[in-house]
Ligand binder design. Structure first.
Ligand code: FAD
Length: 361
């Protein structure tokens, strides 16, 4: 990341272009699917997997998001919800990056309310299914070779997962333009007009939204770690700047108020690292609950939002220039804060566990 991505990322981010060539080196590190141990996955600890997400995002959260979508959401859906045949076919293809994955859950009209309100439909037609509807915000959606599409079976009203290979008749992907965060990720609006998917491509162990939620429980931990990395990247750039920048004839790092910001940043990062590490330890023992994952995602992204603001502040006006390596983290943290469950929705998950009352509606 430091050698290949750091030198070019501001340029790609500025042009809202995914740095394909530069990220390809990640493929050869053997870190894809790190937390899984089936069909050639590396079988690392959850902590190691989290640290990988952190380190990627420490250099760039867009690349961290690309990796999280491919290696976590897409591959994770297959590991958690596919049958043995599907795993044997797809896991090696995603590990080698012969196929790049995406994860299609959110829709134009349905975001936080997907559990109840998912509108994309799946209709059984002989040995296959017809998908109709749309998806919004889908990371890697413009170039993914396989997209995990979540759709409601019109027969039993349950949410099911489908592996859609692209291109496909009736399927279109349109890049979302005008984003001010995670600009180097290619997010897309997907449309499905009677798109045919064989029954063999239906994830055989995804029978209701509860199974979708299992994937999110896993990947919310990854987002917590991504946000820790995002905060670290901003902190490191701000600290280096404070040491080299002089005002009133002295390095600004020698001023008490600057040190106060740096101290608060480091405390926020350290607290987040502890929360994310604890979540990884719980995952390791297979004991993590939905509310623990939600709490870690909520807590870490909230701390990160503070840290990146302070990092920007340390740099004064120069903090809003891409070239000083904080502005990117500053705005990217906004997307981390809201995707894979907004801060509000994750706190509602925690609140329900604390009180016994669901307060979503
Ligand atoms: C950069 C980016 C990448 C993404 N990548 C993907 C992807 O790859 N795949 C995918 O499927 N999705 C993806 N998403 C979608 C993301 O998960 C959603 O944006 C998120 O779940 C929130 O949905 P929404 O944006 O429609 O907001 P809404 O659900 O419309 O929420 C709007 C506001 O209302 C609040 N709100 C909603 N419901 C409640 C409630 N019951 N109580 C209190 N407040 C509430 C929310 O917290 C928020 O503040 C991505 C999003 C972004 C921005």
């Amino acid at each position: 990341m430091e050698r290949e991505v750091a030198p070019i990322i501001n340029d790609f981010w500025g042009r809202a272009e995914f740095p394909r060539k530069a990220v390809w080196g990640l493929r050869d590190l053997g870190i894809t699917g790190s937390q899984f141990d089936e069909h050639g996955c590396p079988g690392m600890s959850n902590l190691a997997s989290g640290l990988i997400s952190m380190e990627i995002s420490r250099v760039d959260p867009s690349v961290g998001t690309f990796f999280g979508v491919h290696s976590g959401l897409a591959l994770g859906s297959i590991v958690l919800c596919g049958d043995e045949e599907q795993k044997a076919e797809w896991i090696p293809k995603l590990l080698s990056w012969d196929k790049i994955g995406a994860f299609g859950l959110t829709e134009i009209e349905t975001g936080s309310g997907v559990a109840l309100g998912l509108q994309t439909t799946a209709t059984r037609d002989g040995d296959s299914w017809l998908l109709n509807g749309n998806k919004k915000w889908i990371g890697n959606g413009t170039f993914a070779d396989v997209i995990v599409v979540w759709a409601r079976d019109v027969e039993d009203d349950q949410v099911k997962g489908f592996l859609l290979e692209t291109p496909a008749e009736g399927f279109t992907a349109e890049k979302i333009e005008g984003k001010v965060a995670l600009r180097a990720v290619e997010n897309a609006v997907l449309r499905f007009d009677n798109v045919r998917v064989p029954e063999t491509h239906r994830l055989q162990r995804a029978n209701s939204f509860r199974d979708t939620a299992k994937v999110l429980r896993l990947t919310r931990g990854g987002v917590a770690w991504n946000s820790v990395g995002c905060a670290m990247g901003a902190y490191e750039a701000a600290r280096a700047y404070a040491i080299r920048r002089e005002q009133f004839g002295r390095p600004i790092a020698s001023f008490q108020l600057i040190q106060d910001l740096l101290a608060r940043m480091l405390a926020g990062i350290t607290a987040s690292q502890c929360v994310a590490s604890r979540l990884s330890a719980l995952q390791e023992n297979g004991k993590v609950s939905e509310q623990q994952a939600a709490m870690a995602k909520m807590y870490c992204t909230t701390r990160t939002r503070e840290v990146v603001q302070w990092a920007r502040e340390v740099m004064g006006g120069n903090g809003i220039l891409l070239e000083n390596d904080v502005a990117r983290f500053f705005v990217d943290s906004e997307a981390l804060y809201s995707y894979e469950g907004t801060r509000e929705v994750n706190s509602l998950i925690v609140g329900r566990a604390i009180t016994g009352y669901g307060a979503f509606v």
